[in-house]
Design a protein around this ligand. Structure first.
Ligand code: PLP
Length: 396
């Protein structure tokens, strides 16, 4: 970096979304990053191979170890999060599981917060458990419980913010502080926030991860995941990815790059529409309760205002009544479509009790905090007035 560069203001999120991570000029003088749709990469002679392996002239080798399109997607995500390095995966779960496999060893201990992505909890409990790694789940936002859960063997503290489906918010400064004092690696799943609304690394968090399937790609048309952080940890996770193999396809990496170019515009609009929907729902006589961090009634509102620029597109609410009353609302909408996932341009609706927690009884669901009358919305890019009319008809 020249002294001129260091005096420059940090570029804005929109400029990073459009240009971040993309070198100039590009192959074939294209304005877009080309899709390197290739499984492997050719060496001209043995000297080139030897120079590559001895790190004199590092270059591409085989698709599982890297691809130029994928590397641009990784660099763009890193630019948006203010990270030294990034790594892309076939899915968000591939990112989470590979990162945890890379940093944990037998006999170590992980702390995670409740109300987190169900498969993350399942991975820590069942898969990591098989390899002698223990996991403790603490209540999101309960600082005393968090501190009490730390053991000498604790290595990782993983949390989400905001959480799924209740939009609970963890104090990122507090998580980073606990991590520093106990020498833990802190990881935040920031999928619900996006780097437009929150940048966990700026708070001293070690690793940020995203299901890129959601807002980052943003068009409900690909699966992907990313992790961002310091070069050393990312390199270690990359090594592990080379063994486990959960790499992103170059075409999916291209869709991620393309989606990221409008991330700031999409998220700003989704923030605004979701807040309008949440406020309207909160005033509706058939709605028991709305879980959206942008509402002053939400328990995480003050922390969210401190550490977030916007409150995201996911709005959860409880319909007055039981399971069937909520199902009637889900079946009554026309613009919202019933599907798992979130963060894309199309608005989605689902009843968590029947979508992700179907095989559990009402009691078992309540034990993990999922109420039968709960509905989760992902507010997309349709006009907010139309979405509100749609919900109004279904609730009425
Ligand atoms: C969807 C999601 C994941 C898993 O990502 P996939 O891309 O579906 O594998 C992890 N965490 C959160 C918060 C998610 O919403």
């Amino acid at each position: 970096m020249s002294s001129d560069d260091s005096r420059r203001r940090r570029r804005g999120v929109g400029t990073e979304a459009v240009h971040g991570g993309e070198s100039r000029p590009r192959a074939g003088n294209a304005i877009t990053t080309p899709i390197f749709q290739t499984a492997t990469f050719v060496f001209q002679d043995t000297a080139e191979l030897v120079a590559h392996h001895s790190h004199e002239k590092p270059r591409e080798e085989y698709g599982r170890y890297g691809n130029p399109t994928t590397e641009v997607a990784e660099a763009k995500c890193a630019a948006l999060e203010g990270a030294e390095a990034g790594l892309a995966f076939a899915s968000g779960m591939a990112a989470i599981t590979t990162a945890l496999f890379a940093v944990l060893q037998q006999g170590q201990h992980v702390i995670l917060t409740d109300d987190c992505y169900r498969r993350t909890r399942q991975f820590c409990r069942t898969v990591l458990g098989k390899f002698g790694v223990e996991a403790t789940i603490v209540e999101t936002g309960n600082a005393r419980a968090l501190e009490a859960a730390v053991r000498p063997s604790t290595r990782v503290l993983i949390s989400e913010s905001p959480t799924n489906p209740y939009n609970r918010v963890v104090d990122l400064d507090q998580i980073a502080d606990v991590g520093r004092r106990h020498r833990l690696l802190t990881i935040i799943d920031s999928t619900f926030a996006t780097p437009v609304n929150q940048r966990p690394l700026d708070h001293g968090i070690d690793l940020v991860l995203h299901s890129a399937t959601k807002f980052l790609a943003g068009h409900n048309d690909m699966l992907g995941g990313v992790i961002l952080g310091k070069q050393g940890v990312i390199d270690a996770v990359r090594e592990c990815q080379g063994v486990l193999g959960g790499v992103i396809d170059p075409h999916a990496a291209y869709l991620l790059i393309r989606g990221l170019k409008t991330l700031h515009l999409r998220v700003e609009r989704q923030n605004a529409s979701a807040l309008a929907v949440a406020e309207w729902l909160a005033a509706h006589p058939r709605v028991e309760r709305v879980h959206y961090a942008g509402l002053p009634s939400h328990p995480g509102h003050d922390i969210a205002r401190r550490q977030m620029k916007g409150f995201g597109a996911v709005v959860s609410f409880e319909v007055k009544g039981a399971l069937d009353d909520a199902s009637r609302v889900v079946d009554g909408v026309e613009i919202f479509q019933m599907a798992p996932s979130l963060g894309g341009v199309e608005s989605l609706i689902e009843q968590p009790a029947l979508m992700s927690f179907f095989e559990l009884t009402t009691e078992e669901r309540l034990a993990v905090g999922i109420k039968d009358n709960l509905i989760r919305l992902s507010v997309g890019l349709e006009d907010a007035d139309d979405l509100i009319d749609d919900l109004g008809r279904a609730l009425g």
